[in-house]
Design a protein around this ligand. Structure first.
Ligand code: NAD
Length: 432
């Protein structure tokens, strides 16, 4: 990004209000982008030899998240191909749904145990499985999947206890398998740009991390009793020790780890509330303060009762020279604010971006992306990780940036420590 700072002509075309000259410059950039397209764009061609045969537990017709998994995994038909499913607690609904997806009926199963057992008998059985069930089942299904010799893609929050994460880590190592976590917003190209700019020192030393995942979707408590996908979220036996901390802030916390890998969280202080009283002890709103080992500080606001707001996640990283700001309602724009200069808007797919932000680029400039590209990028990386693991390619695994088991365990620790701090009356607690 140095060129953006130093080269004034370059600076012109990233200004919000473009001049005639800036438009000319932008067009030149577009043509340059076209010429570079063959080299820089990933337009769905395969990154591994063949797609993994893939199954899914949960994620059926009525589920909130299932379609995102299928679209992400099968976007290009080069990473995963859906072969088997235990989509639903209701087997008739699972079969009807699977048939409507043109799946082979004999590979639609009443439960995950039957699916793992039957698929293991087939020469063309599944090699990887997705866990998209409510939280309380993640651990048992993940364990069974690893024991059945499958790579795993699991929903967040990964499990309830850090010890469960450590147990799964040991098992995955023994079995030589990968466990990935679907922090589904973390595959946006401009988050990779933020990471590379932070690591390049473009904003100086990071001093403040400002995080927010606060919407108003659960202001109305009637859903707690009626909506299938909300009932379990406010039941501690099924959701875990938290509601919004686990359901929402684990995403944004991971994204801060992704963008600022050099920051290590030292301590946190959490205050949590149940504004809808029937949700207690689970919170529907929480504020968290953070202290990092290098002296940087941060805060997180997680809420499902932020009435009227559907704009979800905001991330601002402040450094000693400049700041970066991004939100998921406008994922193709990244604000870069250098102290003393006008704000710059960096736009997805433009060739002034760093290579990390262009590596998974599919659509090209002028064509806007959304959540599905983020999921597709993640699933492509999951497939690369699994393939590398199968081939014993540790170098690829070391350099691949994706939400892995360690990040999933960090997410469990985040929730556990936030709850501990809040339940002690809002005190500072050590993170590790
Ligand atoms: P949901 O209640 O809407 O759907 C759950 C589905 O799983 C239902 O179809 C149900 O029949 C099925 N199911 C439950 N137990 C099952 C079992 N044992 N075997 C087979 N199917 C089973 O829930 P949801 O909103 O889809 O959430 C599911 C998971 O996904 C949760 O862990 C949640 O935190 C996570 N989630 C993640 C994201 C994301 O962006 N990554 C978004 C939404 C939900």
């Amino acid at each position: 990004m140095d060129t953006i700072n130093k080269d004034k002509s370059n600076l012109l075309y990233v200004f919000h209000k473009t001049s005639k000259l800036a438009v000319q410059k932008q067009n030149q950039t577009l043509f340059a982008n076209q010429r570079k397209k063959e080299n820089i764009m990933f337009i769905g061609e395969k990154k591994i030899d063949r797609p993994f045969r893939w199954g899914i537990v949960g994620g059926g017709r009525t589920s909130g998240v299932g379609y995102k998994h299928r679209l992400g995994a099968m976007r290009d038909n080069t990473s995963f191909v859906l072969k088997a499913a235990a989509f639903d607690l209701d087997f008739a609904r699972c079969v009807d749904f699977g048939k409507n997806l043109n799946m082979d009926e004999e590979r639609l199963y009443p439960d995950y145990k039957t699916m793992f057992a039957e698929e293991a008998k087939r020469e063309d059985g599944i090699e990887a499985v997705d866990i998209a069930t409510p939280n309380f089942q993640h651990f048992e299904v993940c364990k069974a999947a690893l024991e059945a010799g499958l790579h795993v893609i699991c929903e967040k929050p990964l499990f309830f206890k850090v010890e469960e994460g450590e147990e799964i880590k040991k098992l995955a190592e023994e079995k030589g398998k990968i466990v990935c976590v679907t922090y589904g917003f973390s595959g946006f190209d401009l988050l990779s740009q933020m990471r590379s700019m932070v690591l390049n020192g473009d904003i100086g030393e990071v001093t403040m991390v400002d995080l927010r995942y606060a919407h108003g979707f659960a202001c109305d408590p009637t859903g707690d009793k009626q909506a299938e996908g909300q009932k379990w979220r406010v039941d501690p036996a099924k959701s875990g020790p938290s509601f919004v901390l686990g359901d929402l802030s684990t995403h944004t916390f991971y994204m801060s780890e992704l963008i600022c890998p050099q920051l290590k969280l030292k301590q946190l202080l959490c205050d949590r509330q149940s504004f809808i009283k029937s949700r207690a002890p689970l919170e529907d709103n929480a504020y968290v303060l953070m202290r990092y080992e290098n002296g940087a500080v941060g805060r997180m606001w997680a809420s499902a009762v932020n009435a009227g707001d559907m704009s979800s996640q905001h991330i601002r990283i402040v450094g000693t020279k400049a700041s970066l700001e991004w939100n998921d309602m406008h994922p193709d724009e990244l604000y870069y604010e250098v102290q003393g200069q006008p704000r710059q808007t960096l736009v997805r797919a433009m060739d002034y971006l760093n290579p990390e932000a262009l590596e998974y680029e599919r659509l090209g400039a002028l064509h806007y992306t959304g959540l599905i590209e983020s999921w597709s990028n993640l699933y492509t990386r999951f497939a690369i990780a699994m393939d590398a693991k199968n081939r014993g390619d540790e170098e690829t695994l070391k350099n691949l940036v994706y939400p892995d088991l360690e990040h999933g365990i960090d997410g469990i620790r985040w929730v556990t420590k936030c709850v501990e701090s809040a339940d002690k009356g809002g005190v500072w607690v050590d993170f590790k």
